[in-house]
Design a protein around this ligand. Structure first.
Ligand SMILES: *[C@@H]1O[C@H](CO)[C@@H](O)[C@H](O)[C@H]1NC(C)=O
Ligand SMILES: *[C@@H]1O[C@H](CO)[C@@H](O)[C@H](O)[C@H]1NC(C)=O
Ligand SMILES: *[C@@H]1O[C@H](CO)[C@@H](O)[C@H](O)[C@H]1NC(C)=O
Ligand SMILES: *[C@@H]1O[C@H](CO)[C@@H](O)[C@H](O)[C@H]1NC(C)=O
Length: 427
């Protein structure tokens, strides 16, 4: 309630005053944007640091599976009583890895996985069993974990894409692995890595807390199905910044149970843009709140900044800010869709809906690939509330015009807003 009050009193302030001085601390908790230095100073304090090189545990860059060797090296680094232990993947080599789960909690106070070399997933689906089907590399229950090193993780996803029911309509829909999963990790840093051609999502943060993900490059072809760049679920206090993401699905997707999410300095495309949702699938409950997305460039994506919910769900998406966003040839630059339907079967009309409220769009400019550049398709029973637009300019390159479609939305506008929702009757 307090957060909501702050947010809306801020909106009132903003629109009365016209001065822009947004301070995310107003509604992100003080701890949510960690203030530790971004870069290591290179100094290792007086504490000891012990390095566990995977090669010393039997890893070989010769095209044979290395998951057992990596597991042994992980056991050693995790159970080390040193202040800081480092699992090292040496540079200039490529290690083949079958699905690998690395579990905590660890004895080591800090654990760094230094991936200097490259990791490659097998290209055969037979290397996955039913139990490990949802990951390629998974970290679980680890605190004070840093994963970095400049290396590349290659998911070899082609075989999974070809056999996806989204590509071949005659095959059944099966799950596919996420390249890099962090589950229940706290005080997590993931940085300076390239992740490419994942089987499904590239990086997932699931039920994590206090996360910084930055300097990541994520690449997959535009046609690859479900290859979201970074997927955030059930995670609190997460900051994602300075990333280059181009895939076949959302660059960043933020779904249920996520709170205090700060996304900044992202270049996205190709792909489906930055998404909150989908939320409320199969009549489920979902809560997402306090999301700030700023300084994002989107190039040729099928959506820009999107909120999507299924009919029949419960819960809310609230206190969401998209600002300082530049788009080039984006198909649905600003979109809220409370009638999202991605299933094979058509979705039927339902009255319940995940509420969408307190969404602000500020300083969003660029070109739209379609005529409708602002599209609020909200529920007639649970309309979108407190939607604010300020300083918007979205045009189509050929006509320098574009339209808005604003259905069941209570919106306010300030500054120059083009296209505007004003003058459009809510249905
Ligand atoms: C290591 O762990 C301690 C607490 O266990 C933490 O305060 C510190 O920031 C961690 N990181 C490094 C790089 O030492
Ligand atoms: C689609 O799947 C069917 C059934 O497995 C298979 O026979 C067909 O060759 C596949 N099509 C393509 C284009 O891969
Ligand atoms: C803009 O996007 C549309 C739809 O994705 C695409 O067909 C078209 O080639 C793109 N135009 C340019 C100039 O990239
Ligand atoms: C809103 O969504 C519904 C369901 O997908 C669709 O039938 C309708 O055409 C959409 N309205 C607009 C104006 O896009």
């Amino acid at each position: 309630m307090a957060i909501q009050f702050l947010f809306f009193s801020f909106l009132v302030f903003l629109f009365n005053d016209g001065v822009f001085s947004f301070n995310p601390d107003l509604w992100l908790t003080p701890n949510s944007i960690p203030r530790a230095p971004l870069y290591d100073t290179g100094r290792q304090s007086s504490h000891e640091q012990i390095v566990f090189n995977v090669d010393h545990y039997g890893a070989k860059a010769d095209g044979i599976d290395n998951s057992e060797a990596f597991k042994r090296a992980w056991e050693a680094s995790c159970s080390s009583t040193s202040h800081s232990s480092v699992l090292l993947v040496p540079p200039h080599k490529t290690y083949l890895l079958k699905p690998l789960e690395l579990q905590g909690p660890c004895e080591a106070k800090n654990i760094t996985v230094m991936i200097k070399g490259n990791l490659k997933a097998p290209s055969e689906r037979a290397d996955w069993s039913r139990e490990d089907l949802n990951y390629w590399i998974k970290f679980k229950n680890v605190r004070h974990l840093t994963v970095k090193g400049g290396g590349e993780l290659d998911g070899s996803g082609q075989i999974w894409w070809q056999n996806s029911c989204k590509i071949n309509k005659s095959v059944p829909c099966l799950d596919a692995p996420t390249a890099l999963v962090f589950h229940r990790c706290e005080q997590l840093r993931v940085r300076d890595l390239t992740i490419r051609d994942s089987q499904k999502f590239h990086v997932v943060f699931s039920q994590c807390a206090n996360v910084k993900a930055f300097h990541l490059t994520i690449r997959a072809p535009q046609w690859s199905p479900n290859t979201d760049g970074i997927h955030v679920t059930g995670t609190q206090d997460i900051m994602i910044f300075n990333c280059l993401i181009g895939t076949g699905d959302d660059c960043i997707s933020i779904v249920k149970g996520s709170k205090n999410v700060y996304v900044k300095d992202i270049v996205c495309g190709p792909g489906h843009g930055i998404s909150i949702g989908s939320l409320g699938k199969k009549n489920s409950e979902a809560h997402v709140s306090n999301v700030l997305v700023e300084k994002v460039t989107l190039i040729g994506t099928t959506n820009g900044v999107r909120i999507k919910t299924w009919q029949g769900g419960y819960g809310y998406a609230e206190n969401i800010v998209f600002q300082d966003i530049f788009m080039t040839n984006v198909s649905n630059p600003i979109i809220i869709n409370q009638h999202y339907c991605d299933s094979r079967k058509p979705c039927y009309q339902q009255n319940a809906a995940v509420a969408v409220r307190g969404v602000r769009y500020k300083n969003i400019r660029g070109t739209s690939a379609t005529d409708i550049s602002v599209n609020f398709n909200c529920s007639s029973t649970v309309p979108c509330r407190d939607v604010a637009l300020q300083d918007i300019s979205l045009v189509t390159p050929h006509s320098f015009a574009s339209r808005s479609s604003c259905i069941n939305v209570h919106s306010a506008e300030a500054g120059t807003v083009f296209p505007s929702c004003n003058g459009i009757k809510n249905q």
